[in-house]
Design a protein around this ligand. Structure first.
Ligand SMILES: [Fe+2]
Length: 144
């Protein structure tokens, strides 16, 4: 159970970092395809942010406390913060790479849920995994 809880915390921190980065890219992206990029990123960050509360509440349901500070989120996150303004393709490549890292942790969470005999948590993570595999396809198609 501890393995599952720790993995859910990494998933939460990574989710939160991915949310903030994609929202920042929504604000700052530039280029001739600005309207499409801006809208795509709007959908991306909204969907990622909708996951945040449910991930944290699953941690609470497993009788652990959810991290609630920016410093702890950053410590848990397995993606780097955006600290400079990139060009549009670099932003999309960066998000594609971060999305792949998020997928790795979702898969690890599903394995940990199986190990802890928590199929409902596994199903919850599978739905997020499915959504992010689709996002991976879209991001790879944008940067090709
Ligand atoms: Fe906006």
């Amino acid at each position: 159970m501890e393995t599952l809880i720790e993995q859910l915390k990494v998933i939460l921190g990574t989710n939160f970092a991915l949310y903030l980065k994609s929202h920042g890219y929504h604000w700052n992206i530039e280029g001739s395809n600005f309207p499409q990029y801006h809208d795509f990123l709007n959908g991306f960050y909204n969907e990622v942010f909708l996951q945040t509360d449910s991930i944290a509440e699953h941690i609470r349901a497993l009788n652990s406390y959810a991290p609630g500070s920016l410093s702890r989120m950053l410590e848990l996150a397995d993606i780097q913060e955006a600290t400079s303004i990139l060009d549009a393709m670099e932003m999309m490549r960066d998000l594609a790479s971060d999305n792949d890292r998020f997928i790795i942790h979702l898969r690890a969470g599903i394995v940990a849920a199986e190990g802890a005999n928590e199929p409902a948590v596994g199903n919850f993570l599978q739905d997020i995994l499915d959504a992010h595999q689709k996002k991976g396809w879209m991001l790879r198609s944008i940067v090709k």
